[in-house]
Design a protein around this ligand. Structure first.
Ligand code: PLP
Length: 455
């Protein structure tokens, strides 16, 4: 069919479609890969290539592709009531039922939900809400939010301001004021010679304390962080990091905003990574796997401390999106959570595939001459590409990460590159066999990349 031939689609794409996070001149040269079909853990491109999806779409397709049940509830809800808003003392049943379910799954002190359509919107809501909280509590000077370099919290102006990505900041032409960025817990590059993981974790956490002291605790509203920095390169903090962050936030009465847009709904082997790391959050931002990506939906989960002030003292909260609590998206989310629960996907990650992936990467990939480190938690993982395993030096000026990624995709395994870090985040339905195939395909890519990079 000419209308959907790759060449035809690529021509329209080049002429009319601006892609997210894309250099369009580069894209025009190469042409976009057209993903046209999917099933279970696989995606298929327009040329018929079967690709094992190591990124779960974009950290979201936790229950895998091709779920009839999700299509069916969306269809049924669209027929019954495709949309009605939750403004002005109205709502519809599915956002209500989903809020109840989320309160049941969330940490004990978290019982309220505010909906949006994306993680960016949820973080905008969170930022407004924490500052509003302090104003309602009579401490309007508490406005500064501390975040981390290489953290990712979205692309809206507030999301990009909270994010610690230099490239994004360079195009903001005026970030949201009052956001400070400190070092991330990334021992592979930032630990000092001879420094233990434990000591490095404490030092990275104390960068937050230093920032609080510099600004004055009376001016600091909150700390925001992903339990595991995701888009920044799956940076898994040492065990000492989060307890120290919690201690510091408690000491200076700084709220804890946890961004679980990636980690929420099972990725680290618990419903929320707050449980994995024993964090007591004041807000939890979630999106992506809430619907396994089958519908756009985010839920900001709000802790009792903030919620009770907002409800008791706040009057009207002047904030909301047309699609806050979209009935179809919420119906899909309810069914998605039911699937995750019924199929025991989180237990599987925690007890079987998570540990198996960590072992497989360490034993089969970590021994490769151009791999400096592998790390994994649940089903999210990173592989550091280096020129020299001994001193961890990189291949300068060679885009080694992009090379490994491209070769891996050509071999039928979808991964992503963040600089020279290869990252993966597969669907939670992955089996040990999927992990074995991923390792085989990645290993082939590493072998081919090594030859090209050392040339
Ligand atoms: N927060 C984190 C941790 C994310 O990884 C992302 C997206 O990747 C976002 C927020 C932004 O979510 P969205 O792209 O849905 O706006």
């Amino acid at each position: 069919d000419q209308t959907i031939s790759r060449a035809n689609l690529q021509a329209i794409d080049s002429a009319h479609h601006l892609h997210p996070f894309t250099d369009h001149k580069e894209l025009r040269g190469a042409g976009a890969r057209m993903i046209v079909r999917s099933e279970g853990p696989y995606i298929y491109d327009s040329e018929g290539a079967e690709i094992l999806d190591g990124m779960a779409g974009l950290w979201c397709i936790n229950v895998g592709y091709g779920r009839e049940e999700l299509a069916r509830v969306a269809y049924d809800q669209m027929k019954e009531l495709p949309f009605y808003n939750s403004f002005f003392r109205c709502t519809t049943p599915t956002p209500v039922l989903l809020a109840g379910k989320l309160a049941e799954l969330a940490p004990d002190n978290v019982n309220q939900v505010f909906y949006g359509s994306s993680g960016s919107e949820a973080n905008d809501t969170a930022l407004k809400l924490v500052r509003h909280y302090w104003a309602l509590e009579g401490k309007p000077s508490k406005r500064i939010v501390i975040s981390r370099k290489t953290g990712y919290h979205g692309s809206s102006i507030a999301g990009a301001s909270l994010s610690g990505m230099d490239g994004m900041h360079s195009q903001l032409y005026g970030a949201v004021p009052g956001i400070v960025h400190v070092m991330p817990p990334y021992s592979f590059e930032l630990a000092l010679p001879g420094e233990s993981e434990h000591d490095f974790g404490l030092r990275a956490a104390r960068a937050v304390e230093d920032a609080i002291l510099e600004a004055g605790a009376e001016n600091v509203a909150a700390f925001i962080g992903e339990p595991v920095l995701g888009a920044g390169g799956v940076k898994i903090p040492p065990a000492s990091y989060w307890p120290e962050i919690q201690r510091i936030c408690d000491k200076y009465d700084v709220l804890l905003m946890i961004d679980e847009v990636i980690t929420g709904y099972g990725r680290t082997g618990e419903w929320f990574a707050c449980k994995t790391f024993n964090i007591k959050p004041d807000t939890i931002t979630t999106a992506k796997a809430l619907t396994s990506g089958y519908q756009p939906l985010s839920a900001l989960l709000v802790g009792d401390r903030i919620a009770s002030t907002l409800i008791e003292k706040g009057g009207e909260f002047y904030h909301g999106y047309t699609y806050s609590g979209h009935p179809v998206a919420c119906a899909v989310a309810l069914k998605n959570l039911e699937i995750i629960e019924k199929e025991g996907l989180i237990e599987r990650v925690r007890e079987d595939t998570g540990p198996y992936l960590a072992r497989a990467l360490a034993e089969r990939i970590g021994t490769h001459p151009i791999v400096g480190e592998t790390r994994a938690i649940g089903l999210m993982a990173a592989i550091e590409i280096v020129r020299d395993k001994g001193d961890r030096s990189r291949f300068k000026g060679k885009h080694a990460g992009d090379k490994v990624r491209d070769l891996s995709i050509d071999n039928g395994f979808m991964v992503r590159a963040v600089g020279d870090t290869i990252i993966m985040s597969p669907p939670l339905i992955w089996t040990r066999e999927n992990i074995d195939v991923a390792c085989e395909r990645l290993l082939k890519a590493l072998d081919a990349a090594e030859i090209e990079l050392r040339r």
